[in-house]
Design a protein. Structure first.
Length: 365
């Protein structure tokens, strides 16, 4: 028996339960990536997510301990398939007016908000070696439209602890003003991959898709190499980074590996304000495997883009403006950042990032 959404020539007029019996779906964040990457915002992102900002500031203070709080928010709106932009209505399946395809869906996320709060504790083991522990707390909200009776407009939320990570960074001795640093760590699967919520699928709560889960469900290895320098009132740097997934999680999938390259320039001539500009390029693979609880029977097993593991990943380039404000003693600072993508080629239809912003506070203990 076909569900209501598989009948391409007329809309569904049945009750909520008859119409949505086979409809699992959920929201999207981080251009359809989990918040632990902010993500990696970029979790990656973050989320590459820049949650684990582990480069210790060892200059000018004898303190071996540091404490950092970092907040980051990403907003998403609209869709991309490759570099082509699509509206919500172009992605929403309209029974009676068009056939169902792999690129339209009965449920579509319209606006997505992801917030990550991270507490990072650092300890300087030696002049060259630092170790950091990062604990993220994630909040997500997604608004939807759908063709489901009683669910024309609705919202789904999830929140909780994300994936905790431990990262060590080593600074090599170099000649001149330049500094070479290598970071290597381990991310633990402390974020839930079993979040449930009220969707049009059926009465009560059901398993939510990959985007609404708080972690990867796997042990992951974040790694980066960073070179920076100062001179003539400026600071500059460049970095290559990656996050590698180790195996599959308990739901038989693994998130895509993520890679990034960035370069930045900071103006250091002012004592009270140090503005900066950063360019970031990120590439992420699609999800390997699938969560079978998200599939529906029939010719189109994915009732929403966020339930299709192949509609994750892609390429993004963005510019980030930063404003670093020294406070209290040397080594303590507040930094504000705002970033905007100027290029996105996504495995889609996939929600695209609109803007990302946040701040961090670093305190030497």
């Amino acid at each position: 028996m076909k569900s209501c959404y598989e009948r391409s020539l007329r809309p569904c007029h049945f009750s909520r339960w008859a119409c949505v019996l086979f409809l699992p779906f959920s929201a999207s964040i981080w251009a359809q990536n989990v918040p632990s990457d902010l993500l990696d915002l970029s979790l990656e992102e973050l989320f590459a997510a820049n949650i684990t900002d582990t480069k210790g500031d060892t200059s000018g203070t004898k303190s071996k301990w540091s404490l950092r709080y970092k907040f980051q928010r990403a907003d998403f709106e609209g869709f991309n398939k490759g570099t082509d932009r699509l509206s919500d209505n172009e992605v929403l399946f309209t029974p009676g007016l068009e056939p169902r395809t792999d690129d339209n869906f009965p449920v579509v996320p319209t606006t997505i908000t992801q917030e990550v709060h991270a507490l990072i504790v650092g300890y300087q083991l030696s002049e060259q070696l630092n170790i950091n522990l990062a604990v993220p707390y994630v909040k997500q909200t997604t608004n939807h439209i759908s063709i489901v009776p009683s669910y024309a407009d609705f919202t789904i939320r999830s929140s909780g602890i994300g994936d905790v990570s431990v990262i060590g960074s080593y600074q090599f001795e170099t000649s001149g003003e330049g500094k070479l640093q290598l970071s290597l760590g381990l991310s633990f699967p402390t974020g839930s991959i079993d979040k449930e919520g009220d969707t049009p699928r059926a009465p009560g709560n059901q398993q939510l898709p990959y985007t609404m889960q708080l972690g990867s469900g796997t042990y992951d290895i974040p790694a980066s190499i960073h070179y920076s320098g100062t001179g003539n009132g400026f600071g500059w740097g460049t970095e290559l980074a990656a996050k590698i997934r180790l195996g599959e999680n308990d739901r038989d999938y693994s998130l895509g590996n993520r890679f990034s390259a960035s370069t930045w320039l900071r103006f250091n001539k002012l004592e009270w304000l140090k503005p900066s500009i950063k360019l970031i390029y990120e590439y992420s693979k699609s999800i390997d495997g699938k969560d079978i609880d998200l599939l529906v029977p029939g010719a189109f097993p994915y009732p929403a883009s966020v339930t299709n593991p192949k509609m994750y990943g892609g390429k993004q380039a963005r510019v980030v403006l930063g404003f670093k404000i020294p406070v209290f003693a040397k080594g303590n600072y507040v930094e504000l950042e705002i970033g905007k993508p100027f290029y996105e080629s996504l495995n889609g239809p996939q929600t695209r990032e609109d803007i990302r912003y946040g701040f961090k506070f670093n305190l030497k203990i």
